[in-house]
Write a protein that binds this ligand. Structure first.
Ligand code: PLP
Length: 395
């Protein structure tokens, strides 16, 4: 069933009409003489979204997970050690992917609802005098728990330890929605997908690559073929792809970058922050706790809300969809059934967010939650009214 209502899942996000039109193009031959210039301009535009001038961008036909696989296999060898925290379903799945590639993953367990544990990272890096750790993994925005981690602080931790490991960042649900600075934060590999902050259908993995990561490709021993970045990097003059790229999606991506550019990245981040704050205020008015354990680590792209004891969050998500045609995110992995998630990234306005909050309230009221109808909506309305004047709320 497809519903005319907006979705409130943290990706795929709502596709703006402008992007739906942008992907509706006649066939453009990817071997034609004008394709390299088209691709080169697109990759330049993406650099701005990743906030990099020194890095390069590779776009694969894939979902975000393929971007992870590309990052790992292009720069590491079986047996290499990587340092990772497990604090949600996506950091967990990244660890699993590394293990399947026979990497030696040093896992730091952290509570689901916490951010990347900086002290534990610092300790592990300081203890690694032989520099056996080749890469440090950070999930910038743990979509499963609605938690943001401090990538800049992880960079500082590496620098303070004088450790040469590569810094990998999963920016799948942050890039294009929350401030992400590839160059300033010294990120070596950054991954996102087309279906989140970039507001497109799923189908593209976009990877930012530093010069250090590029150098690591020469010695990396993990097998790779389809995701071999060396076939792509620096080859736009020859067409850029050793296989057939989804050109219509690339057209969409060009338009998505233009939309972000027109709004201005800072304005995009501010809009997400402001909308997220309205959602958090609504949740506080409902009297429900966030999964994020501290206010300062709350994500600006998704809010994960703990449901009261005795309630099944999955049933709530099902009910909202079946009765009202509105999708929210459920709990994943360890937190399944205990929380639901309101995604508010990509094309999102105050008005859209309010409709999601109103629907969540109706669904909760239907299922006997101790939540007063209108309470969350009123709290969010107050915040949006208070801050609307100084915000550019146009989508
Ligand atoms: N990482 C994060 C933080 C995510 O939110 C997701 C998907 O939701 C992924 C990785 C996996 O991306 P994909 O589903 O596009 O393969």
């Amino acid at each position: 069933m497809s519903s005319p209502n907006p979705v409130f899942i943290p990706g795929p996000t709502n596709i703006p009409e402008r992007l739906r039109r942008a992907v509706d193009v006649p066939t453009h031959d990817h071997r034609a003489s004008d394709f390299p210039a088209f691709l080169a301009a697109l990759l330049e535009g993406l650099k701005a979204v990743f906030q990099t001038t020194r890095g390069e961008i590779v776009v694969f036909p894939s979902s975000g997970t393929g971007g992870w696989e590309a990052a790992v296999t292009n720069t590491l060898s079986p047996g290499d050690r990587v340092l990772a925290a497990r604090h949600g379903m996506f950091s967990h799945r990244w660890i699993d992917l590394c293990r399947r590639h026979r990497l030696d993953v040093q896992v730091i367990e952290a509570p689901w609802g916490e951010s990347v544990p900086l002290d534990a990272y610092a300790e592990a890096l300081a203890a690694d005098r032989e520099h056996r750790i080749k890469a440090v993994l950070v999930t910038h925005n743990e979509t499963a728990t609605g938690v943001r981690s401090d990538v800049a602080a992880v960079r500082r931790t590496l620098d303070d330890a004088g450790h040469p490991a590569l810094l990998f960042v999963d920016g799948v649900s942050s890039i294009g929605a929350m401030d992400f600075r590839m160059d300033d934060w010294g990120v070596d590999l950054a991954v996102t997908g087309s279906q989140k902050g970039l507001m497109l259908p799923t189908g593209l993995a976009i990877v930012g690559v530093s010069t250090k990561a590029r150098a690591a490709m020469e010695t990396a021993g993990c097998p790779r073929c389809y995701f071999d970045m060396r076939d792509m990097l620096g080859t736009t003059a020859g067409g850029g792809y050793p296989y057939t790229p989804p050109v219509p999606l690339l057209y969409g991506l060009r338009e998505a970058v233009a939309m972000l550019e027109e709004e201005g990245l800072d304005a995009v981040f501010a809009r997400h922050r402001r909308i997220a704050e309205g959602v958090r205020r609504a949740v506080a008015a409902w009297g429900l706790p966030l999964c994020a354990r501290r206010p300062e680590i709350g994500s600006d792209s998704v809010t994960a809300i703990m449901v009261p004891e005795g309630h099944d969050a999955d049933a709530l998500v099902r009910h909202a969809y079946d009765r009202y045609g509105v999708s929210f995110g459920g709990g994943l992995g360890d937190v399944a059934g205990t929380l639901f998630r309101i995604g508010h990234l990509g094309q999102m306005t105050d008005v859209m967010a309010l409709s999601g909050l109103a629907t969540a309230e109706m669904a909760m009221a239907d299922l006997g939650y101790p939540v007063t109808l209108g309470s969350g909506v009123a709290a969010a309305q107050a915040w949006y009214r208070e801050t609307a004047a100084e915000a550019a709320t146009a989508p």
